[in-house]
Design a binder for this molecule. Structure first.
Ligand SMILES: Cc1cc2nc3c(=O)[nH]c(=O)nc-3n(C[C@H](O)[C@H](O)[C@H](O)COP(=O)(O)OP(=O)(O)OC[C@H]3O[C@@H](n4cnc5c(N)ncnc54)[C@H](O)[C@@H]3O)c2cc1C
Length: 497
């Protein structure tokens, strides 16, 4: 059988997914990864007996992971064990006020009712609608390549989309059901990381509340890294060839097709190229200028999801008073969100998120120790320097001191910070972004950077800067969607002109 060689640039979730689908379909598939570890933003850092997931830490939408492995007649349980977290997460509203979000729905309803009378019934209605959006979203929308509006012109889908209130804002949608500021904060949190203010996010994204509340927060034993390891094992079984420390630095063309990828002082022949690296990097650094689809002005006009200032910290003692996932909402949400999305500057009173997997999993820290990741969402593209990082480190630990009644800085035995400059250096991230493009209405579906190059015949894109969007589940889906487009456009037995 004639075969075709597909080169996938980048080994994040999207690259891994695309490579596995292509190899499974018979394409000779090579993944080039600039770093010495596969997995992209989901790399793992090991130091002094601590293990840190450097990127994603929330395992949401378990059905999407299950569906991914089932496409290859496998199950997540063939690769890792999942634990449902209870509480799903905790929210600190001030030093004497912490709310644990229970995994059990009936307990959560009761908890809503104590915050706002009548809100339990409204939560039922709100989630009924969110469940519908999730079902239509996952089954009919996110698996579309969004190459043409025509894909969405289907009577049933149009009716469903009208029912989903796609053009309303998330904020006015919540206003219809709840008055309490606290409930608003709880329901807005999942979309904060999708990268926009509630007033600019389509109401469609209440589907994330369904994912949060009904589908639950899970933890893969060993950390998020085991998901990457499972995907690599599956990809290798399907014949994918991985090359690490192998940065792509340009292409060789014949007419308007790519025929080779330059990497590691050689040219690797290519019939098809899938760019799983940041879209902007590939367009501006790897492609010749005449082949770019989007101008600098286009990229500058895009609203990016937040970048992050992160701290990976090892403690020589157990930290009481914090759970596996804790959100510090003890400062007003508005000014921080405004600093991320509107004024684009460092926030004066940041909200932050704390992840301590050693609360659930003894294998990720030495005995009686704790591994902690602190994440402060901040605007992409702002100045990043050591003094700024240290200033925020102290802000966070002063807040811990107020909340925990102890200055836990003294128990730190390992510390590493990570922000914009590292995202740029490690992943070639545009403006040091962490999660790609914000999911605003003007950056959804066909309005996102296209999954297929408009100028190069055999160049495709996958990952968090194209459809369907940021996050691990969307990246898995993006890889599948792009592979299907390639299989359709370049069938394995058909000669390339
Ligand atoms: C701190 C943080 C926390 C997050 N938390 C969550 C979470 O809890 N849950 C969730 O669902 N999502 C989360 N996300 C988002 C999620 O991790 C990303 O959306 C997803 O991992 C993106 O995958 P990707 O394949 O698109 O890109 P990436 O993971 O960035 O992969 C791209 C790869 O391309 C490589 N590359 C770049 N240039 C080249 C080149 N020239 N040659 C070769 N290789 C190259 C990079 O090194 C990288 O490995 C988080 C992200 C971050 C950063």
């Amino acid at each position: 059988m004639a075969t075709k060689q597909a080169i996938v640039v980048g080994s994040g979730f999207a690259g891994l997914s695309a490579a596995t689908f292509l190899s499974n379909a018979g394409y000779k598939t090579i993944v080039l990864e600039k770093n010495n570890q596969l997995g992209g933003r989901a790399r793992q850092l090991s130091a002094k007996g601590f293990k840190f997931d450097m990127g994603p830490s929330w395992y949401w939408m378990p059905d999407v992971f299950e569906r991914y492995f089932s496409r290859f007649n496998k199950s997540t349980s063939d690769y890792y064990k999942l634990i449902r977290l209870d509480p799903s997460y905790s929210v600190v509203f001030d030093e004497n006020d912490k709310l644990d979000i229970p995994a059990n729905y009936h307990t959560l309803r009761a908890c809503f009712e104590t915050i706002e009378k009548g809100s339990a019934r409204n939560l039922d209605k709100f989630l009924e609608e969110a469940a519908f959006k999730y079902k239509v979203g996952i089954n009919d929308l996110v698996y579309k390549p969004a190459r043409s509006l025509m894909e969405f012109i289907n009577f049933r889908l149009l009716i469903n989309m009208i029912k989903m209130d796609i053009f309303g804002s998330f904020q006015s949608h919540i206003n219809k059901y709840f008055r309490s500021k606290r409930i608003h904060q709880l329901l807005e949190f999942p979309i904060l990381f999708l990268g926009a203010l509630a007033k600019n996010t389509p109401a469609l994204y209440s589907l994330m509340n369904y994912a949060d509340i009904k589908l639950g927060t899970w933890y893969p034993e060993g950390g998020m890294r085991v998901v990457v390891d499972g995907m690599i094992e599956l990809a290798r079984d399907k014949g994918v060839d991985f090359r690490t420390s192998c940065e792509a630095n340009g292409f060789v063309y014949s007419g308007n097709s790519i025929v080779g990828v330059k990497a590691d002082h050689q040219t690797i022949p290519a019939d098809i190229v899938v760019a799983g690296a940041d879209y902007h990097h590939v367009e501006t650094q790897l492609l010749e200028k005449r082949f770019r689809t989007y101008s600098d002005a286009y990229w500058d006009s895009r609203l990016l999801a937040p970048s992050s200032l992160l701290f990976y910290l090892g403690f020589n003692k157990k930290i009481e008073g914090l759970t596996h996932h804790t959100l510090f909402f003890d400062k007003p949400f508005g000014p921080h969100a405004q600093a991320i999305y509107e004024s684009k500057k460092w926030p004066s009173d940041p909200l932050f998120y704390v992840n301590i997997p050693s609360k659930t999993d003894p294998t990720v820290a030495p005995e009686n120790c704790e591994n902690m990741m602190v994440l402060i969402p901040v605007a992409a593209g702002i100045e990043d320097k050591e003094e700024i990082r240290e200033k925020y480190f102290d802000i966070v630990f002063d807040r811990f001191k107020t909340y925990l009644g102890d200055d836990i800085r003294k128990y730190i035995v390992y510390k590493k910070s990570y922000a914009h400059n590292d995202f740029r250096a490690d992943y070639h991230a545009f403006k040091g972004n962490a999660y790609g493009l914000a999911n605003t209405l003007r950056q959804t579906a066909i309005l996102k950077p296209s999954i297929k190059s408009k100028k190069v015949k055999n160049l495709y894109f996958t990952g968090q800067l194209t459809v369907p969007g940021p996050g691990v589940p969307p990246s898995l889906i993006s890889g599948e969607v792009v592979a299907k487009e390639i299989i359709k456009d370049f069938p394995i037995n058909q000669e390339i002109e």
